[in-house]
Design a protein around this ligand. Sequence first.
Ligand SMILES: [Zn+2]
Length: 234
Amino acid sequence: MNKYTNIAGIVGNPSFYGEGFRDYSPETMRTMREYGFDTVFVNIAWSRPFIDAVIPEHVMVSKKFPLISPPDVEERFRLFKERTVSAKQSGMRTFALFGIPEYRDYSELPPEYGVLKGESVSSVAPFASDTCISRPEVLDLYTELLSGIVEKVPELDGMLIYNIDELADICRDGSDCPYCKGVPAEKRLSAFLNELFARVRTEKPDLEMWWEPWELSAAQVYGIMKKLDPRIGI
Ligand SMILES: [Zn+2]
């Protein structure tokens, strides 16, 4: 009989930042399989109190915008990679959960980073500005980061992406962003996600892509569903 469903789980406190990958040991993965899970998240974006890998910038460095990654990015990548390899070798499907795009305080970055900036005051984090998904530089940045991740972590089977909340936000329709003002979020976001996923799939054609409709209205979610590439899960 064909298998139509996968069951994904997380392991304990999913971050354990700085404590290795003990929960992704072969023994734990075997127990999860016995419980019926066949997929495991190797990071959880809402990991607290130990912020681990929340956004792609936490595990991958952009050549053009290296300062948006934290100083300990190599350590975070190492843990991310170790968990993914361990889970994969234990027979599990492996998924990452990332917020995109990151809001940040552009006044603390060199002027050339301003090509990424959108709405001046993020609705999630008033101390920061949004990063604008309508700008081609932002599409190029996340293409670089996600493609780098699937290239360096080929054991990763899929990604689940959200766009608003922990460390991530998009410009609002009525924002002061000259690229987004007056353009409905469902149009901007579906175009961004479709193009981003299409580009990353050129690096890894069988990568499974999922989108999480978090912090959007029902009308916006429905509008995006109608425009989203049907190969992207929701
Ligand atoms: Zn914008």
